[in-house]
Design a protein around this ligand. Structure first.
Ligand code: EPU
Length: 339
């Protein structure tokens, strides 16, 4: 039996029979004919994955490494294999004077996971710098490439959570970064940077993250546990009438993204403990396995309590950003709770 603690950053106290490392394209080819998240589970760093029970199907760990930098007149391109660590890529790109990824510093996880949920932070989403994504089709065995547009990127969303959710594995991501750099400083705490450089933004982002997000190497957590809800203007008006200080951000399609962390905080849950799971006292959107003892049931209890309390306070339904697995498949929280 292998402890699953080391394979997912929430470090729940469960086990797997079979853990296999993947280090080459051939290792991926050997999985053709199987269904992802049903016949097997694949993790990079496991920073968005929670194992609610002991795992009865094999766990594959992506350690497929390698990256290549090249350029044309206007852009740098980096082809990066999916098992590379995300933050190391950000640091490496800056060391090579390739700029653009600095706002995404310190996001836990691997490069292959980045497009799946279109990771984002401090005014930047990774899809802004993705040129194409190469994946293996687990049904046909073909290796295909999707353009940025074909990936259907959205807020924490992409084709890899829908049509390609169980029948593909990302092998390589091609990043395309303009040689002409322009800083993204719209996020509150970055606005005050004087004479911003890619390195000063990188340092500032690292310092903001370190000040409010627990280091998953020290305290088990999976970053933002819930997505920021996207609501209509009508719903926003309803909530802001009662709670005028609700932070909201207009989106291009006329809807509004609102801060889930604020909702949890204002519902009085910040710092609260549910069994072995705590709502982080510095950023309520993050739940932690603060004593290292949490099991799946603690997480399910905590998440449902938070969803119910936020719903009864604001009439807004939070949805998890993290993904859950029971013994042999991916599950939603609602299904797991009902079972
Ligand atoms: N807020 C509170 N109380 C809290 C937490 C937040 O009042 O306990 C308020 C903040 O004051 C702010 C607003 O809510 O006005 C938004 O908070 P914050 O800037 O910390 O960002 P977030 O919306 O909670 C998102 C991403 C993070 C990303 C940050 C920074 C999601 C689900 N989360 O969080 O991503 O780092 O913005 O850009 O979109 C992650 O996905 O794992 C992650 C950490």
């Amino acid at each position: 039996m292998n402890s699953l603690k080391q394979f997912h950053t929430f470090q729940l106290n469960h086990y797997a029979n079979d853990v296999v490392k993947i280090t080459s394209e051939d290792d991926f080819k050997a999985l053709v004919g199987q269904i992802l998240n049903k016949d097997f589970v694949l993790v990079g760093s496991g920073s968005n994955t929670l194992f609610l029970e002991n795992l009865a199907i094999p766990l594959y760990v992506n350690e497929y490494l390698g990256k290549t930098l090249f350029e044309d007149n206007d852009f740098y391109y980096i082809d990066v294999n999916s098992g590379e660590n995300w933050h190391s890529l950000v640091s490496w790109s800056l060391e090579n004077e390739v700029y653009g990824l600095e706002n995404l510093a310190l996001i836990p996880g691997t490069v292959g996971a980045a497009p799946i949920q279109n990771i984002g932070a401090y005014g930047v989403e990774v899809n802004q710098f993705i040129d194409s994504v190469v994946y293996i089709d687990l049904v046909s065995g073909e290796i295909n490439s999707l353009t940025n547009l074909e990936c259907n990127f959205g807020y924490r969303d992409s084709i890899f959570k829908h049509e390609l959710a169980t029948n593909s594995i990302i092998l390589t991501v091609r990043f395309k970064l303009p040689k002409e750099w322009s800083p993204v400083l719209e996020y509150g705490e970055l606005k005050n940077l004087e004479c911003p450089t890619p390195i000063s933004i990188f340092n500032e982002v690292c310092s903001i993250r370190n000040s409010k997000l627990p280091d998953p190497m020290i305290i088990g957590n999976a970053g933002s546990f819930f997505k920021n809800p996207i609501i209509t203007k009508l719903e926003l008006n309803r909530v802001t009438e009662l709670f005028p200080s609700l932070p909201s951000y207009p989106l291009k399609d006329g809807t509004f993204k609102i801060a889930a962390g604020w909702l949890i905080d204002k519902a009085g849950l910040k710092g609260k403990e549910f069994g072995n799971v705590r709502v982080n006292p510095k950023q309520a959107l993050v739940l932690t396995n603060h004593n290292g003892e949490a099991q799946g049931q603690d997480v399910v209890l905590a998440a449902n309590k938070i969803i119910d309390t936020v719903y009864s306070t604001f009439g807004i339904k939070l949805e998890p950003e993290v993904r859950f697995f029971n013994k042999d498949k991916e599950v939603t929280l609602a299904d797991y709770y009902a079972s």
